[in-house]
Design a protein around this ligand. Structure first.
Ligand SMILES: *[C@@H]1O[C@H](CO)[C@@H](O)[C@H](O)[C@H]1NC(C)=O
Ligand SMILES: *[C@@H]1O[C@H](CO)[C@@H](O)[C@H](O)[C@H]1NC(C)=O
Ligand SMILES: *[C@@H]1O[C@H](CO)[C@@H](O)[C@H](O)[C@H]1NC(C)=O
Length: 536
């Protein structure tokens, strides 16, 4: 999730696209003995849960707070920097599902109130907001306890689905934003979760790695102070984290994206775009990938996605036989490439009460297209879960670097490496060089001068037929060959599927329930589906 100082004028459609998912973790073997062995080496793993049907996933940790310990589930969020949970009776169930439990400060013997009424946070979701107190208390995840962590406890929470465990830079703390707004030019952050891990000697460097795994799996994992070599292909590419363009501070995980392309049975095409290269923010708390409008519109046309007034941007779940990958090249034309299989972009729409998929009237399952677009030029490009599931990402907050590689799905083995302090660089791998001249020229040069073929002009209309099939519209761009691609392209075979004539009407899911859920960001459904606690 991305914090916002002002309420952005997001539409409801954006609300549900930006906010879906819930998490539940599990992937990494997490026996206590194993966890302890790892702790001695100053890194520790935490299993993430996922509610996979909630818009593709909300990734969460099981945490306990206070003494005696109270259980809460918190969404893990690289896009914000405070840990906060619902206080009892603080959540408005008419606007939020209030998932994950609440904390009763009066029942904890170790809690102290640090700043009554001092906690206020807003996310980019329209109308969302949390106010409450800053408290200090013990906080435990993955068998590791932080003493006296500064956390927010809400006294009022509106339009947020869960408590959040923000693991970003302390410069992004809500209190820092408030101070800046109040005219303080040099606000001091408090030591947040990731700072305290280091201060209390629980990890060696302020770093962690996130493995979200496949869309279909219900778990993921995060390793604080380490990374798992078994979970990615090749070497890590090292990207330099970009400072905030206005303040010059390091407040979010912005990295340079050089270009986007598509690989299908016709080869690889780099999409022409005036928006690239650009800074994109790696944000695990955003469900979709929020693209610049020019690229978004090309891809919508290419996939033949259809805009439905109730369900938003939809496609057939099997993409009508299309196979291939959406390719993201970071840094410069020799930078690391992460390829997202098309199948990872089809987010199931499932009735949580019956487990049934939304279908069209020919009984084809219908999915959301897991992409979104910015609606104004100053909105950040948020690279959320529909990108991050295909990437293994190591966040090094000390050296201000990101290690990135193509993830390997469904790996059960592990090979955990400790991240130890290194001057200038702690992660193994080569720093990807950034080119400053325009991307297209450079790409041509580096790929040995491929012919620049503009395939066709960009189509502007969304396909009126549902699931137009492979490359429903040609991409505007030029053919390229990736020289340094670390990944195998899932068989980009040309499956021939009978083309449907005309859009097939949708079968409406049970009693309009699904529509209500979309407004809630898809999570209400997950609550009843998974049996999570609803707090009133
Ligand atoms: C979280 O805790 C619940 C029990 O409260 C358990 O069923 C679930 O598996 C746990 N999930 C993770 C990811 O640890
Ligand atoms: C907890 O941390 C806060 C803020 O850093 C500090 O003011 C307070 O004295 C600490 N409390 C204890 C019991 O250490
Ligand atoms: C990963 O495992 C899930 C089942 O947990 C399966 O549905 C999915 O297809 C697998 N993905 C890959 C890439 O093998």
């Amino acid at each position: 999730m991305h914090t916002s100082l002002v309420l952005a004028g997001f539409s409801l459609a954006n609300l549900c696209l930006a906010e879906p998912g819930f998490l539940s973790l599990k992937t990494y073997r997490n026996t206590e003995a194993h966890a302890q062995a790892l702790r001695k080496r100053s890194s520790f793993p935490v299993t993430l849960g996922n509610y996979p049907y909630a818009g593709g996933g909300i990734y969460f940790v099981n945490a306990t707070v206070g003494s005696p310990a109270q259980e809460v589930q918190l969404q893990i969020d690289t896009g914000s920097s405070d840990v906060w949970m619902f206080g009892v009776h603080s959540c408005d169930s008419s606007t939020s599902p209030c998932l994950g439990g609440a904390f009763d400060i009066s029942a904890s013997q170790t809690a102290t109130i640090l700043d009554e009424g001092g906690f206020q946070i807003q996310y980019v979701t329209a109308g969302s907001g949390v106010t409450g107190d800053y408290i200090g208390d013990s906080f435990t995840i993955g068998g590791t306890t932080i003493k006296n962590l500064t956390m927010g406890v809400s006294t009022k929470a509106v339009s947020v689905d869960t408590g959040i465990m923000g693991i970003g830079f302390d410069a992004e703390e809500a209190i820092v934003g408030q101070e800046v707004q109040a005219g303080n030019s040099n606000p001091q952050p408090y030591p947040n979760f990731i700072d305290e891990l280091k201060l209390q000697g629980l990890i060696g460097t302020k770093s962690y790695s996130l493995y979200l795994d496949d869309l279909e799996t219900s778990t993921g994992s995060i390793i604080f102070g380490g990374y798992d070599k078994a979970k990615f292909q090749g070497d890590l590419g090292i990207l330099t984290i970009q400072p905030d363009s206005q303040s010059g501070t390091y407040s979010s995980f912005g990295v340079i994206l050089n270009s986007m392309g598509v690989t299908d049975s016709t080869g690889s095409t780099v999409i022409s775009s005036s928006s690239m290269p650009n800074v994109v923010i790696l944000d695990s708390g955003t469900a979709y990938t929020v693209l610049p409008p020019d690229i978004f519109n090309e891809l919508v046309a290419y996939f033949g996605a259809l805009k439905d007034k109730d369900y938003g941007l939809i496609i057939q779940c099997d993409l009508n036989g299309m196979a291939g990958t959406l390719d993201y090249q970071f840094a410069g034309p020799t930078g690391p490439i992460v390829s997202v299989p098309f199948s990872e972009l089809a987010i199931p729409i499932v009735d949580p009460e019956t487990g049934e998929s939304l279908t069209d009237n020919q009984n084809n399952p219908v999915c959301h297209l897991g992409l979104d677009q910015t609606t104004s030029a100053d909105e950040p490009l948020l690279w959320g879960d529909t990108f991050l599931r295909s990437a293994y990402v190591v966040y090094d907050l000390e050296n201000l670097q990101i290690g990135i590689a193509q993830t390997i799905f469904n790996v059960t083995s592990s090979d955990v490496q400790l991240i130890t302090a290194g001057s200038g660089q702690s992660l193994p791998g080569n720093i990807a060089s950034v080119m400053t001249t325009i991307v297209q020229t450079k790409t041509e040069g580096l790929n040995g001068g491929p012919t620049k073929t503009v395939i066709s002009s960009a189509p502007t209309d969304i396909q009126s037929t549902f699931g137009g099939g492979k490359g429903a519209s040609a991409l505007s761009g030029y053919k390229t060959t990736y020289t340094n691609r670390a990944t195998n392209i899932p068989s980009a075979s040309s499956t021939t599927t009978a083309k449907k004539s005309g859009a097939a009407p949708l079968n409406t899911l049970a009693s309009g329930f699904w529509k209500g859920m979309l407004i809630q960001g898809l999570v209400v459904a997950a609550a009843s589906f998974i049996g999570a606690k609803l707090i009133l």
